[in-house]
Write a protein that binds this ligand. Structure first.
Ligand code: DX5
Ligand code: ZN
Length: 222
């Protein structure tokens, strides 16, 4: 699938949706104008929480044709690349903390014909990820410690976005920058200004009274 870039995009994190009405939540997000969905996979080992697996991703893929951005917060992520590709992932992101030598895994993901992303936690300096960016389609900067939705945005993450943006520009790379955790109506403008291409939003998106207005504000921002 294509990247709807040129301006930032909002990617609703399904973790923030009402799972008893998942189909309606997805339809409502589509109607609000989103082009992406962010799917958080947690294994109770890499992070202290368990979410859902390929079966739910497949269910979601069956009801939307939007870009499915799968965020693996799991140990030994490569064991599951194929399962998530088969389930309908358009991009697979894993953590540098899980695989400090990530290049081989980027190759594996791309060999399946989907985009590859590398993610870093708030306590990982962005400089550690920079040398690998030419191999990845996405850099996902965590602005909370992963494991749960609804946490407070860590402001220092903005410096990481700026540093990565500068590096990507200087090297002429096409890697896109996504930010994940605690992004809401009060802080998204700063994130965009720092240079993020994709804003993941769980609580703030599914809790918004006017989802369409939020999408319009973010996707329409130059
Ligand atoms: C955090 C997840 C995030 C989370 C975002 O572990 O990776 O994607 O769902 O949710 P909010 O926007 O509520 O922080
Ligand atoms: Zn996530």
């Amino acid at each position: 699938m294509r990247f709807f870039g040129g301006m930032p995009n909002l990617s609703p994190s399904i973790l923030g949706a009402d799972f008893s009405r998942l189909g309606e939540e997805i339809a409502s997000a589509e109607k609000a104008g989103v082009s992406y969905f962010h799917l958080d996979i947690m294994d109770g080992h890499f992070v202290p929480n368990i979410s859902y697996g390929p079966a739910i991703v497949k269910t979601i893929d069956g009801i939307t044709d939007r870009f499915l951005d799968v965020h693996l917060m799991i140990s030994e992520p490569e064991k599951y690349f194929e399962d998530f590709v088969k389930a309908g992932a358009d991009a697979i992101t894993f953590h540098l903390e899980a695989r400090p030598e990530p290049i081989e895994y980027a190759k594996q993901i791309k060999a399946f014909g989907v985009e590859a992303g590398i993610s870093i936690n708030p306590d990982m300096p962005v400089e550690k990820a920079l040398p690998f960016l030419e191999r990845f389609d996405w850099l996902l900067i965590m602005s909370v410690f992963p494991g749960f939705g609804g946490q407070k945005f860590i402001v220092e993450s903005l410096d990481k976005v700026r540093t990565a943006r500068q590096y990507i520009r200087d090297k002429g790379l096409s890697t896109k920058i996504a930010i994940d955790g605690g992004v809401d109506a009060s802080n998204y403008a700063g994130v965009v200004e720092a240079g993020a291409d994709l804003l993941v939003m769980g609580t703030a998106f599914f809790g918004a009274t006017d989802r369409a207005a939020l999408v319009k504000k973010i996707d329409g921002q130059a």
